[in-house]
Design a protein around this ligand. Sequence first.
Ligand SMILES: [Zn+2]
Length: 349
Amino acid sequence: MRILVSLFLIALIPPPAPAASLDVYVIDVEGGNAKLVVSPSGESMLLDAGWPGFDGRDTDRIVEAAKAAGLKRIDYLVVTHLDVDHVGDLALLSSRLPVGRIVDNGPLQTTGKGVEKRYAVYSAIRDKLPHTTVRPGDRIPIKGVDVQVVSAGMKLIGKPVKGAGQANPACGTAPRPDEIASDREDNMSVGLLFTWGRFRMLDLSDLEGHYSYGLGCPGNLADKVDVYFVSVHGQAKGSSPALENAIQARVAIMNNGARKGGDPQTWPVLRGAPGLEDIWQLHFSVAGGKENNPPDNFIANPEPANCQGKWIKLSAGRDGAFTVTNSRNGFSKTYRPRTGPAAPRLWKN
Ligand SMILES: [Zn+2]
């Protein structure tokens, strides 16, 4: 009888739910930025909203990705900085997908290139919504994933994140890139380090190499990551060889357009970093040519004209394994968890 009761109780236990994943839709916004992060908890975070205008093209693409992810709202919209290819059309977006909270780097600090007008339009809507200003070291409390702010407002975290602080031999050989004075707003970028179990990914938005170098030298403040979202759409000014050597990304994903980002100088730096296995791109870069671009299967939109706006989807497990899928043709590749000893540390924490 006791056995029968036990069997009956076992039958009542629901089957295990499918393994949860951390998903990222790297949405094609033609050389701008829009990445939709879906936490294993089901909460969501949109990093930037693409370009305004173009008949709502980028909002349409974000809504389409949200629909594919089964989302009815965006819990956090992170506006990494106020350049036109990131700030999107918040009025239109929030009319189509409710936004729970806006996260940004605070009041406008730069001038020129129309940023004052853009900020006025953006902040009028932002100020009607729940809003948080973040600083390096802060966390964005999306449930299920640790999201740490590593850069914001031209500042970086001052000490290594937990577990980081390793010596970075590349500091001795790869000098700090020169400062590009043309776009201060890029360096206001909110940069985020995501950790879920053993899986880690780094997105510095448009932080230029001159600034991101400080995350890699003199010691590695961020530690190794599995996925690196290439800074500044793959423009040369986004590269910092010392940082890219420090983080040892296995996969780099570039949010370039056909004719924006994807500078020929970028690939040798990415490919020269230890541990890099593949580069995935939203577009074939015309400037890069066949000799630099990865094979077509790793490119969501290979044709320079009549773009279909296909995304790249990343899906990561808690054990550090992850899969990247090209939504154009379904080509996907799974990367098994990383193994191997950690590098010696400079700092203790
Ligand atoms: Zn940009």
